[in-house]
Design a protein around this ligand. Structure first.
Ligand code: HSE
Length: 343
């Protein structure tokens, strides 16, 4: 089978996925027997291209780099309504890499619902849709006999959610404690080295870690929505964003960082979620943690989550938490997982 792939959102991560697919085509065929055609790429700002015969990933990248968009390509379309696009050019797997509104979950939620309704499996790195209604999306997918995957919504391509579902099956997860936002961890690490907050944020944006609107990162919304996803995934508990006790890093001063250092500690934006009777309690808070704590040495855009389980005790996953290729890797692993389960 040749999997027809579509992509909604062609910003930093979407572009990363197109590049990765182009670069790894032969490897994916050889190693996994996975063949694909990229049939649809649509972006609210950059335009839409579609072809039932398949688009050339290299040409897409060249066009993005040359003109900043897709409209000059011969496969360009005017129509941008996803439902119409999918009727005209159906896909087997639709990847969503759009920036999300954390409160409404849009446009990610609508994109995932539309893709699933069209009969496609859906893969997303956007946090809003799955953060808001993971159970609803799973039910919709089950009713349609397709899959929904979202590994890179937390910790980018570093395996966490699939780890809990797969290799950790049978373990009861009692608590998750982590650093789940690359931008803020990068800023705090730079500030610790004496850099200025604003300069560090600009650099995080340049490196592709920050959200389109970095307020979501620095005010802790991004980490909070990841806490909502973990609560649903690990405990089956739906928490709304407003239920997360949230504080970002905008009030962390160089003197807080200096004081922590003098006490043998380091300031980190800690995100936690724990089982609490039949529900869960989640929070995001700058915390001075002891240098001996496993999360203290997690620096730059690296993220980590320590899962406390009944059968294994603590299991800590450390790896990239943001970045174009890193997040695209999570999308790719979900695509391959869907294909493997269909085989
Ligand atoms: N802006 C997010 C971060 C991207 O910095 O972690 C990955 O979700």
């Amino acid at each position: 089978m040749i999997y027809r792939i579509g992509l909604a959102g062609c910003g930093t991560v979407g572009r990363g996925l197109v590049a990765l697919l182009g670069e790894k085509r032969e490897y994916l065929e050889k190693k996994y027997g996975f063949s694909f055609s990229l049939n649809l790429v649509t972006d609210f700002i950059k335009g839409t291209v579609a072809s039932a015969d398949g688009l050339n990933p290299r040409e897409i990248i060249e066009n993005l780099d040359r003109s900043g968009g897709l409209r000059s390509m011969k496969e360009a379309l005017e129509d941008t309504r996803l439902a119409d696009l999918l009727r005209r050019t159906p896909v087997d797997i639709l990847c969503d890499a759009t920036p999300t509104n954390y409160e409404t979950g849009q446009p990610s939620l609508g994109i995932l619902q539309t893709a699933i309704a069209s009969g496609a499996s859906a893969v997303t790195c956007s946090k809003g849709g799955v953060g808001l209604d993971l159970a609803g999306l799973k039910k919709l997918a089950a009713d349609k006999g397709v899959k929904v995957r979202y590994e890179s919504s937390v910790l980018s391509g570093t395996p966490l959610l699939n780890l809990a579902q797969g290799p950790l099956a049978g373990c009861l997860i009692e608590k998750a404690l982590g650093i789940v936002n690359g931008t803020t961890n990068y800023i705090l690490t730079m500030m610790e080295g004496g850099a200025d907050y604003a300069d560090s944020l600009r650099e995080a944006q340049r490196l592709g870690y920050a959200e389109t609107d970095p307020t979501g990162d620095v005010e802790g919304f991004d980490a909070a929505v990841k806490v909502c996803i973990m609560a649903q995934e690990f405990f089956g508990c739906k928490l709304s964003l407003s239920e997360i006790d949230r504080e970002g890093i905008t009030r962390v001063s160089p003197s807080d960082i200096k004081k922590a250092r003098e006490e043998g500690k380091r300031v980190k934006l800690i995100a936690g979620v724990e089982r609490h009777k039949d529900t869960a309690r989640g929070y995001v808070k700058p915390t001075a943690i002891d240098l001996t704590h496993p999360l203290a040495s997690v620096s730059g855009p690296t993220n980590a989550v320590c899962l406390t389980t009944d059968n294994l005790g603590d299991v800590t996953v450390i790896g990239p938490g943001a970045g174009a290729r890193e997040t695209a890797q999570g999308l790719l692993s979900d695509i391959l997982d869907i294909a493997a389960r269909n085989a």
